[in-house]
Design a protein around this ligand. Structure first.
Ligand code: PLP
Length: 389
């Protein structure tokens, strides 16, 4: 029997070194993980306290939360979503499992951008689906294009898109999103749209795939904009004909999300001011990082339209992003994610900086990195130092 090969996250290995260094007394700045460093909104925490004291917390689904999420699509995107189309999940990660297993049989080919979020590839493989990675570079803003999809022979059965994307933060413009939807409609390609970074845009807000393709499966979560990654709450919007299949899978595989998270999540929907404050912090941090690029000697970066990432080409300094990030961490205490996590082919020359930390930490990280990058340039780049030293 052949067991699916699922690779580990290299950023976790680097983060472990960072924690060891911190335990040994070193000052470490965590820019490796894609998670807010802020806690859940104050009203969500207050609601959680109330629930802890008063509720038994059994298996339960909040209709009020489903309704609130459905209303969000009407308010933000002008799209009608029925409450029953919203499946509450334990974050975006299980939402993918539900969507993929509702849509595809083993062996189905699912297209996705490379670079992309590592779990797409690995979840596909774990479900015995075939990831078909489309190389997406600067010219495509690191995103799948309608033209690339139209050119695929044979057409894939599925497509995963993410806008804003991880690791790049790039957004698919509305006309391109519409064109992708059109190709998928014409070629019978089923779409899973990861909209987890919605709310975290630095210009025009991204559109939802539901505006163009009512039968798209849309994944979202409280982990990013709502600053609640550890609460494990997210959702999947499915078309009406897939409600029963998706509900059956959720019930069998995961039961329900935690009651406390559902109650707190509903409260978080009314915390716009606090959450907007986080977005403003990210906008400041992004501006600082962009302003520091010349001093860092980094010229080629993905346009960070949204999310909280900067994906930079460090190919003039290394051909081994894992060793490079490890050395940067050991020398400066700044922890980053190697591109190989997101792109097994070209990621050896990229680094992802997550700026979802405080503005002071971003300033400090830049101050530490500028002389380090200058020294690397003087050494003439090349392979990074021994990751083990
Ligand atoms: C693009 C993307 N999708 C999904 C996830 C998983 O999110 P969740 O915590 O909701 O499972 C992440 C987490 O980093 C992500 O970056």
């Amino acid at each position: 029997m052949r067991i699916a090969q699922v690779e580990p996250f290299q950023a976790i290995a680097i983060s472990r070194i960072a924690h060891d260094l911190a335990e040994a007394g070193r000052s470490v700045i965590h820019m490796e993980f894609g998670q807010p460093s802020t806690s859940a909104p104050a009203a969500a925490i207050a609601e959680a306290h109330r629930v802890l004291d008063r509720e038994a917390m059994g298996y339960w689904e909040s209709n009020a939360l489903k309704e609130r999420i459905a209303r969000h699509y009407a308010d933000r995107h002008g799209v009608a979503v029925d409450r029953e189309q919203v499946i509450l999940t334990c974050g975006a990660s299980p939402a993918f499992v539900l969507a993929l297993s509702c849509l595809f049989v083993p062996g189905a080919r699912v297209a996705l951008a490379r670079p992309g979020y590592v779990a797409y590839r690995n979840t596909l493989k774990a479900l015995y689906l075939e990831p078909v990675e489309l190389a997406c570079g600067e010219a495509e803003r690191f995103q799948v294009t309608a033209a690339a999809l139209a050119a695929m022979t044979p057409a894939p059965e599925g497509l995963i898109v993410a806008s804003p994307a991880n690791p790049t933060g790039t957004i698919i413009p509305p006309d391109e999103l519409a064109a992708i939807a059109q190709v998928c409609r014409e070629r019978g390609i089923r779409v899973i749209s990861d909209e987890i970074y919605h709310g975290l845009g630095f210009g025009r807000p991204p559109g939802s795939m539901l505006e163009h393709l009512p039968d798209a499966f849309v994944v979202n979560s409280f982990s990013k904009y709502y600053s609640m990654p550890g609460w494990r709450l997210g959702w999947l919007v499915v078309p009406p004909e897939a409600i029963d299949a998706a509900r059956a899978r959720m019930g069998n595989l995961f039961l329900t999300p935690p009651v406390i998270a559902q109650r707190a999540g509903l409260a978080a929907f009314d915390c716009g001011d606090e959450l907007e404050g986080h977005r403003e912090t990210y906008a400041r941090n992004r501006a600082l990082m962009l302003a520091a690029l010349p001093a860092l000697g980094l010229r080629r970066v993905a346009p960070p339209d949204g999310a909280f990432y900067l994906y930079a080409d460090v190919g003039h300094l290394t051909d081994d992003s894992l060793a490079f990030c490890t050395q940067l961490l050991r020398d400066t205490g700044v922890c980053t994610a190697p591109g190989i996590d997101f792109d097994p082919i070209d990621g050896h020359r990229f680094v992802r900086f997550s700026f979802a930390v405080s503005t002071e930490e971003v300033r400090e990280a830049i101050a530490r990195m500028v002389p380090w990058f200058a020294a690397r340039r003087e050494q003439g780049g090349g392979p990074a130092g021994n990751a083990g030293d």
